[in-house]
Ligand binder design. Structure first.
Ligand code: IMP
Length: 452
């Protein structure tokens, strides 16, 4: 796919090719800026799924911005939509708006789907209790404890509340009581069961209390006052805007490996993360083009298989973590570090019909003696070029090795990029069979170099 094809696409989706944290917020910001320069601007950015587990960081003119539940847009002219597939913590959303407003971001054009699911504090407690049990069994997922899995789970059980309930405050207290009934019982049962099975945990567990419903009601009612005017039927809104020919950018949260259906289950998030989930999570009927986003190296936060992971004590791992500031945006946890995994990326490109891709953070590899990329796995005694559906901690990555590179100044054009770096990038392009659109050498917009 060439730039001209990208320009003619009206609905563009980003697809995170690995385990999240590939720089999607930075690329959304850059694409908005690029389309603006090209005279055919982005009209709407929509976030289709996920919730406060996400954290998108990028820089504009030296100022660092962190978005979580809201699409990563600083330009007030662009409409931001939190789609129906999202799980929303109203209190955290209001706090995020206030934090960003004080940094100068205007939210006049922020809309939230009335069909998005409300996160209750009870769900956060269940997330925490389940992690305590898994941890005691040596199987912690390392969730962000933002209640993502439980909220999607309660929705699937049809006992959760949609955001539209915030519009009917006279009935909200009763709805809240009904919705809290099951999670309250679960919290009581889980607490007693954990104490019976793990008596050592008793004091820790007894500190975890069932939320007081009156206080939850009062806080959510306050948040409703701020959020209600923004609640819309976002599916209809997006389809209508699409019919008018508006340019829509879909900014997903999380990455392909965390896809609840296709990722490394159970070490995944609570929702799908691919293009299917983007259609469901926005209500749009089509996506014109899918751009894969990946880093020049790999990271993962939380537990689960990661074949190209580098040992925690390895100097390479420590160097990359510090240089790339690879710490979880939400949890602050150090991210696990590895080599770029082209085998995994190719699998994701095929599963999502990715048209082209962008590589971020290439500058972080500057000065390393050699660079690696995983091109196949050794899995259960056999070499495979595919991602096995039972990929696990015993799966071993096999690499192609490239010469290192060092840029004296940040490349402005593709031809300024060191030949070894270009070999690494172009090998990836051939391997994935998807055009390389651009490479990023800094968190700022002008650090992104177009290939064409
Ligand atoms: P949850 O989404 O909080 O349930 O966490 C499930 C898994 O997904 C954990 O391993 C998290 O570390 C990981 N995860 C969730 N959100 C993100 C993200 O935005 N970036 C990277 N990893 C994430």
């Amino acid at each position: 796919m060439r730039m001209s094809d990208l320009l003619s696409a009206r609905i563009i989706a980003l697809i995170d090719l690995f385990f999240g944290d590939t720089g999607k917020g930075h690329i959304v910001d850059w694409l908005i800026w690029l389309f603006e320069k090209l005279g055919d601007p982005v009209d709407i950015v929509v976030s289709p799924f996920g919730g406060p587990n996400a954290g998108h960081q990028f820089e504009v003119s030296g100022i660092k911005y962190t978005f979580s539940q809201i699409p990563s847009v600083v330009n007030p002219e662009i409409v931001r939509v939190c789609g129906n597939g999202k799980v929303i913590n109203p209190i955290k959303l209001v706090a995020e708006m206030e934090r960003l407003e004080s940094a100068g971001i205007n939210f006049d054009k922020l809309y939230i789907s009335d069909k998005a699911t409300i996160i209750l504090p009870h769900y956060e407690i269940i997330d925490e209790l389940l992690e305590i049990v898994r941890s005691a069994n040596g199987e912690a997922i390392g969730t962000t404890k933002s209640a993502i899995g439980p909220t999607y789970g309660f929705r699937a059980m049809r006992v959760a509340l949609e955001m539209k309930e915030l519009l009917r405050l006279e009935e909200f207290q009763k709805k809240l009581e009904e919705a809290a009934w099951l999670p309250e019982r679960m919290i009581f049962s889980l607490r007693s069961a954990i104490i019976r099975k793990y008596p050592d945990l008793e004091s820790k567990i007894l500190e975890i209390r069932v939320p007081d419903l009156d206080s939850v009601y009062n806080k959510y009612r306050e948040a409703a006052g701020i959020l209600s005017p923004r609640l819309i039927d976002s599916g209809k809104f997006l389809r209508d805007e699409c019919d008018k020919g508006k340019r829509i950018l879909i900014e997903p949260t999380q990455g392909a490996g965390l896809n609840n259906w296709h990722g490394t289950y159970p070490y995944v998030t609570g929702t799908g993360t691919g293009q299917g989930a983007m259609l469901e999570g926005t209500g749009l009927g089509r996506i014109d083009c899918r751009i894969g986003i990946t880093k020049a190296y790999a990271t993962r936060v939380g537990a689960g298989p990661f074949p190209s992971e580098i040992d925690e004590d390895d100097l390479f791992s420590q160097l990359i973590r510090e240089r790339g500031q690879e710490y979880g945006t939400v949890s602050g946890r150090p991210r696990r570090i590895g080599h770029r995994d082209l085998t995994y990326e190719k699998h994701v490109c095929r599963a999502n019909d990715v048209n082209a891709h962008i590589v971020t953070k290439a500058d972080i590899l500057d000065g390393l003696p050699q660079i690696r990329a995983c091109v196949k796995y050794l899995h259960r005694g056999r070499i495979t070029y595919e991602v096995p559906s039972d990929l696990d901690k015993h799966t071993v990555a096999w690499y192609r090795v490239f010469g290192g590179f060092m840029h004296k100044t940040s490349p402005q054009n593709y031809s300024d990029i060191h030949p070894n770096c270009r070999s690494f990038l172009e090998f990836g392009e051939d391997f994935l069979g998807r055009d390389l659109l651009a490479v990023s050498f800094s968190p700022e917009r002008d650090g992104v170099v177009l290939k064409e």
